[in-house]
Write a protein that binds this ligand. Structure first.
Ligand code: MG
Ligand code: ZN
Length: 219
């Protein structure tokens, strides 16, 4: 953990030196993290230069989806590891041209548990929850939501077909994270992606100290 914190600090210093905002995208497997990037990155293209680090246990499938958008991407394979750590990110940064970047999004390994315990050096955390996972998840996995600056509720087109109470989610999320913003997305109609893009653009413009994930969690 101490080693991770050291590497995270180094990463954050590098991002700050290059004036890059870094977002750590967290959520369970299949919650729609990559789909969220597919919906959001095209809307950010004109206003900032973005790149993505794709964390997965195996395969380069998600990296290929990002590559198809014309966004620079590095696939990080943990070979069975269930979370990314700051050293993974440090190594991946060797393959990124930091001078040509305004925004770096790290898609973490699909897992609602331990990725939340590892600071990667990001400035902002975005937690993703799909309506298919159930409204009990924020109460069962509070750490995922606790240090996030944004919570995205995905797959809202499925709401008529699943038992998912948005009010319960909102109440349980706010219990651990009082002021966090929630945005609903729906890949069928594209609803919400413009708001997520707007949020990232706005947050990226703010000074680093205002919304650093590490400072929010007291680290
Ligand atoms: Mg993915
Ligand atoms: Zn893990």
């Amino acid at each position: 953990m101490e080693q991770n914190e050291h590497a995270a600090r180094e990463n954050r210093r590098r991002f700050d030196t290059h004036n890059i905002r870094c977002v750590n995208l967290l959520g369970g497997a299949g919650c729609g993290k990559t789909a969220l990037l597919e919906g959001t990155l095209p809307l950010l293209k004109d206003s900032c230069r973005a790149a993505v680090l794709e964390g997965d246990l195996a395969t380069t499938r998600d990296a290929k989806r990002i590559d198809a958008l014309g966004v620079p991407v590095v696939q990080l394979l943990t070979e069975g590891g269930c979370h990314l750590n700051a050293t993974h990110v440090q190594q991946a940064l060797e393959q990124v041209s930091l001078d040509e970047l305004d925004l770096l999004i790290i898609e973490n390994v699909g897992n609602p548990i331990c990725p939340a315990n590892f600071d990667l050096g990001e400035h902002l955390r975005v937690a993703v929850l799909s309506v298919a996972e159930g409204h009990d998840k924020p109460s069962k996995y509070p750490l995922l939501f606790k240090d996030a600056q944004l919570v995205v509720i995905t797959k809202c087109d499925l709401l008529p077909h699943v038992d998912f109470d948005l009010d319960i989610v909102q109440t349980d999320v706010r219990r651990v994270n009082r002021s966090v913003e929630l945005i609903r997305t729906d890949i069928k109609t594209g609803q919400g992606f413009d708001r997520v893009a707007e949020w990232i653009r706005g947050s990226a413009a703010r000074p680093a100290t205002e919304n650093s994930a590490a400072e929010a969690s007291g680290g």
